[in-house]
Design a protein. Sequence first.
Length: 518
Amino acid sequence: MKRLFIMACAAIIALPLAAQETYENAKVATQDLNGTARYVGMGGAMDALGADISTISTNPAGIGLFRRSTFSGSLGLVSQADAGNRIGASATHMSFDQLGFVVAMPSETGNFLNFAFNYHKSRNFDQILSVADRLNNASQNKLTYAKQKNGLLFNTDANGVPDFNNPYNACNQIDDIYARNLNYDADQNAWFYDPATGYTFDREHWGYVADYDFNLSANLEDRVYLGMTVGIQDINYRHYSEYVEKLDGPNGLYDMAVYDERRIDGTGVNVKAGAIIRPIEESPFRIGLSIATPTWYDMKTSNFTELSDGSVSASNGESYKFSLYTPWRFGLSIGHTIGSNIAIGAGYEFADYNTLDSRYNTDEYYDAWDGSYYTDSESDREMNRHTHLTLKGVSTLKAGIEYRPVEEFAVRFGYNYVSPMYKQGAFKDGTIDSAGSYYSSATDFVNWQATNRITCGLGFTTGKWNLDLAYQYNTQSGKFSPFMTYVDNEYEDEDNICDEVTVKNNRHQLLFTVGYRF
């Protein structure tokens, strides 16, 4: 441990430009089920059925099935079930989820060349996480004790007494307030820590990832549909958290609190391509194929963190730029219609998240020819190794059905299963020789398990207008840890082991779409 901490503290001086860490990256790389109310009501299982603007980002060929130009906009209401409210956060938020249009351009031969643009919110970060549990001979305070015991935080005099105004370097500032509350016995030249009896943790996430998609698609003989989409992503992520430990000191119980604010802003770009084929001319049965490149993100993150025991406090802030490349995504789908009354769709998507590429920015330069700034980067090998050990491939299964008892009215149902992203026993490792660890201002992590989404919806058509309403219930549970557990193989009483706590993220979404055909 001593060698690892010395390496980390030394390396931070040489790496002023940083990369992000695995658990933060996973938050911005994943996607929600969102779009038009028709698309959500059918569980997003429209990649082979097409003719819905939301397929622009999942199977671009779906835009090729439009025969008339259209415009649509969607508003939503998202509410988190059973959310705690110890920090005054609201569990319910309005959401502007989608706005776009399709221009259908028929040719003299009966084929179509269509153009489309669509904005949609691919990720909604709104979430409250509240946890409380007891601690038994484990705490953040004990971790600082282990560092100072090995002489890794502050320079000491000949008697071993630390000089709190003379830390080894900036990477240890976050431990300052903990170290000031440790007990040192000069006669025995030994350190003692105040044991923790329990903790509370509260965090609010908010923000979004917005997708701006530009599409060109074609309908060839009403048998083959092809499409390509260029997407631009905008990340706006915020969080505020409070972590409080109840410590048992010589003068009784007292609180040690960590207050953390973080924001991530950035932009990215990707390309998506797809095809839909009707293999039998006399049948409406369709097969869809799609592929999406990684999203190449350039991002900036900043944080402000304060530690306090109520009488003494210390704070630190960081800001840096980094790059992130998400994994490739592959999709296979089928769709079928029965007369003009029933539409059935199903799909499968795969993305291998252990290939997430966290990257250092090595250079930034200005091109006077086109007036743009460009960034060079290289992979953070150590953090990417941790990502490979932490995350795994994710499979998404989608199924949906629409039934129209009359032409003007539709009823829809859908279901999604999303397999777990985190491997068994995964954890946030604060000892990785990476700037993503050095600059991390939070030690907590959640290993989220599988996601289940149940959807339903209604559709009304009157003249050129369509009105659609959808409801989505998203349920997921996970295992929360306030900090990394470690075991000392030499001294059992030096173990720092905390129990995992089961947490839930259950969300309700109402979505309303207005569309117009012209």
